[in-house]
Design a protein. Structure first.
Length: 434
């Protein structure tokens, strides 16, 4: 048993006992009341899930096991010579609740490197799709092709005790995380570089190796990938991709089935696909205004025109946050440090200065501030990753970190199948008409 797995195994019994005792004492207490508007409104704001890995505070933003993004940037180990936190460290923190040291992070990185070999048939499945297929379509197909390696499916078929479900789930989760960068890079090189693929470099860290396989050897871009993979890793349990993984996993679907479900959710324009919509909107605005760097007045008029046409300004607003997304801020600080004069970054900054006041003036927007998607595309374009249809795949690779930690824990504590109740409009009308 590897040391990371051994560490996790030692945590299961105390955690399960803690939950059991908590439920015994407080199981009949009510968390809150649900409004009819929430029943019809996508369950917005209804506390109905447990997600130990992260929590989204409306004012403070995302916290991973209690740590904010600035704290993670300070406390998590970085790559030798680098400054950004390593995703391996965040994964360990989310899985165990403990901050890792340099040796632990190297152990995680080496563990993933050993597991990273992708079976040849996975590439054949991807190659069977048209090169014009959206990258997320190819990504999900690749994930499903990896399911032939499912340790959980093999163990369940042979017969395995419930208390041991976490073990093959751990193996599948670790294998999946290890192999996703290779699958993602294969799709990128297939689509945009004539199938000229780049072999992995086992000496590099997980995110640095992803940058290498994509074809980017710039050290700043590798640092960007480390930051990007860290800040996109998790966003509590109620967002579409995280909840889809948890929901499908609750049926004892393995890591591959569960994660592919989450990626199908991430591919929606109201979720992960928003990052490509932002950069497309910025380019369209720039082109329509004659190219170059538009003034704040021009941006303001364009934004008002966008809203008057019944459209949204992509990259602004959030279901929970009521302030500027700390993930946006982290990327902005990276840009100020490495590319302060980049024209697209300056444009993003001007949009940031203009849009919130316009949205506030409508009186309809609870959160007029930018979210994570408002900035990520500008950074990627700066370093040459201009194919914005691919951006959601990068998001997906990162999101595996948090969702797989959650899935391992769900199997460890024996989380049940999800089955919320439902009703009908007619029944509600009868009940409340009384």
């Amino acid at each position: 048993m590897d040391r990371i797995k051994e560490q996790f195994a030692s945590m299961i019994e105390p955690a399960s006992l803690e939950i059991k005792e908590f439920l015994k004492e407080y199981g009949d207490e009510k968390v809150g009341d649900v409004k009819i508007s929430q029943v019809y409104g996508g369950m917005r704001g209804v506390t109905a899930l447990i997600c130990e890995t992260s929590k989204l505070d409306p004012e403070e933003g995302i916290r991973f096991r209690g740590y904010s993004i600035p704290e993670l940037q300070e406390k998590l180990p970085s790559y030798p010579g680098g400054q950004e936190p390593l995703p391996e460290g965040l994964f360990y923190l989310m899985l165990t609740g403990e901050l890792p040291d340099d040796d632990t992070v190297r152990r995680v990185s080496n563990n993933w490197a050993r597991r990273s070999i992708v079976p040849p048939h996975v590439f054949k499945v991807i190659d069977a799709l048209p090169e014009t297929a959206h990258p997320m379509t190819q990504f999900v197909a690749g994930i499903m092709a990896l399911r032939t390696e499912s340790e959980f499916a093999k163990a369940y078929r042979k017969g395995i005790a419930k208390k041991e479900y976490w073990d093959p789930t751990y193996e599948d989760a670790m294998n999946l995380i290890a192999r996703l960068p290779r699958v993602a890079a294969y799709i990128y090189r297939r689509m945009y570089h004539n199938g000229d693929h780049i072999e992995p470099d086992s000496k590099l860290d997980w995110a640095g190796n992803l940058a290498h396989m994509l074809g980017f050897e710039n050290e700043e871009f590798k640092e960007l990938m480390r930051l990007y993979m860290t800040i996109h890793a998790d966003h509590e349990g109620g967002n579409v991709s995280a909840h889809a993984v948890k929901l499908v996993g609750s049926a004892l679907s393995d890591s591959y089935l569960s994660f592919s479900a989450g990626m199908n959710g991430l591919a929606g324009p109201l979720h992960g696909l928003a990052n490509q919509e932002v950069i497309r909107w910025l380019f369209a605005m720039r082109d329509e205004l004659g190219g170059g760097l538009p003034s704040k007045e021009q941006i303001s008029n364009y934004v008002k025109q966008t809203l008057s046409e019944g459209k949204v300004v992509p990259g602004f607003g959030h279901a929970v946050l009521r302030k500027t997304d700390p993930r946006y801020t982290a990327q902005r600080e990276f840009a100020q440090k490495h590319m302060p004069h980049d024209e697209l970054f300056v444009l993003v900054s001007r949009v940031y200065e203009v849009v919130p006041d316009i949205l506030k003036a409508t009186g309809k927007v609870k959160n007029p501030w930018p979210n994570v998607d408002a900035h990520s595309g500008a950074l990627l374009v700066h370093y040459g990753l201009t194919q914005y249809d691919f951006y959601t795949v990068l998001f997906g690779v990162s999101r595996a970190l948090g969702t797989m930690c959650g899935l391992i824990w769900d199997r460890a504590i024996g989380a049940p199948i999800e089955r919320p109740g439902s009703t009908t409009t007619e029944l509600l009308k009868k009940e409340f008409a009384k």
